[in-house]
Ligand binder design. Structure first.
Ligand code: ADP
Ligand code: MG
Length: 318
């Protein structure tokens, strides 16, 4: 697009740093990387489309944060460490103020999680952002969806449901007390990729996934890939007080966009959950159920719900 080169120089050079050397970054036909000996490259790509993956009213800084955060979350779920990323951005127009805010937001999160922008593409059209991330992991230390075993504890980080609550609030479907509104809007606009858990995953998890589409559906991916079943206990879900008081567990069970991690760990490592929580009060882990041989159930105060038969997951507990 016209002015593309100055635009790239102005907004997309010097975004983020990494301890890893990139041989050749932005400015040539392609980037060149050295993968350190004894490590493997872990790659993932995700696209955010305006009006689909974020409300049209979302600020440029929030969009930048989210575009990278959702990709970093995939690296976290694999137990990987971020290194480099590519950015393909489609813009309706060259709006310098918007681009400047986007670039500042991107620099902030890329700096925070030590990942370097090494290339991309820029074109004109309806607003859409694609980020491709590259992480590193010690050889064969990555964690997959397929390793869950009967008897494993099912563990989630953070408070699932906050992001879906934030979206419902922004869409004016619900009203919330101020303190819940704040944490819910933050959860939808500023998801935290749980990269702090990478080493914990490598050490203790048999399987892991990040929660992008809702706990029930995402955990199902682990069950399908691992050939196992699960029981989750509604009362043990680490949800905020509003969800508890309003018995609105559907936000945590089927709401998306949390980017918390769901992992399964052998029971013998149960003590590690408490040890982790003592040292990491900003990323608490909670045991919410266990892996079984087969079947998929949610236990509530009213009994047991067969989750394999649920399609919409809309109204648990109602
Ligand atoms: P080509 O025509 O070979 O695709 P481009 O003109 O698209 O090259 O890009 C020139 C250089 O700028 C390349 O190194 C490319 O990776 C980089 N680049 C283009 N757009 C972006 C972007 N949005 N963010 C980061 N780097 C970009
Ligand atoms: Mg190009």
């Amino acid at each position: 697009m016209p002015g593309e080169f100055s635009l790239i120089d102005q907004y997309f050079k010097n975004v983020g740093t990494t301890g890893q050397l990139s041989r050749l970054g932005i400015g040539d036909d392609a980037a060149v990387l050295d993968v350190p000996a004894g490590q493997q490259l872990v790659m993932s790509v995700d696209t955010l489309v305006a009006g689909v993956h974020f409300p049209e009213t979302t600020s440029a800084a929030d969009i930048a944060h989210k575009a990278l955060a959702v990709n970093l979350s995939d690296l976290a779920a694999m137990g990987a460490t971020p290194a480099w990323f590519l950015l393909s951005i489609t813009l309706p127009e060259v709006d310098q103020a918007w681009l400047s805010e986007f670039s500042d937001g991107l620099k902030k999160i890329a700096g925070q999680y030590e990942i370097e922008l090494i290339g991309g593409d820029t074109c004109r059209g309806p607003l859409s952002i694609t980020v491709q991330v590259n992480g590193l992991v010690d050889k064969d230390k990555y964690v997959t969806r397929s390793g869950a075993k009967p008897g494993d504890l099912i563990v989630v980080s953070g408070e699932p449901g906050n992001a879906a609550l934030g979206l419902a609030f922004l869409q004016k479907k619900i009203s919330l007390p101020k303190e819940i509104e704040d944490l819910a809007v933050k959860a939808i606009n500023r998801p935290i990729p749980r990269l702090c858990l990478s080493v914990f995953l490598q050490e203790y998890a048999n399987a892991a996934i990040d929660l992008s589409d809702g706990l029930v559906g995402d955990l199902k991916h682990i069950l399908d890939k691992s050939g196992v079943g699960a029981v989750i206990r509604q009362a043990d879900l680490p949800v905020n007080n509003w969800i508890k008081q309003n018995n609105a567990y559907q936000y945590a069970l089927s709401g998306g966009d949390d980017y918390e991690l769901c992992l399964t760990i052998p029971e013998k490592h149960r003590d590690q959950i408490e040890t982790w929580n003592q040292a990491n009060p900003d990323c608490l882990l909670h045991e919410i159920g266990e892996i079984t041989k087969s079947g998929y159930y949610l236990t509530t105060t009213d009994g047991s719900i067969d989750l394999t038969r649920q399609t919409g997951f809309q109204h648990f507990g109602d």
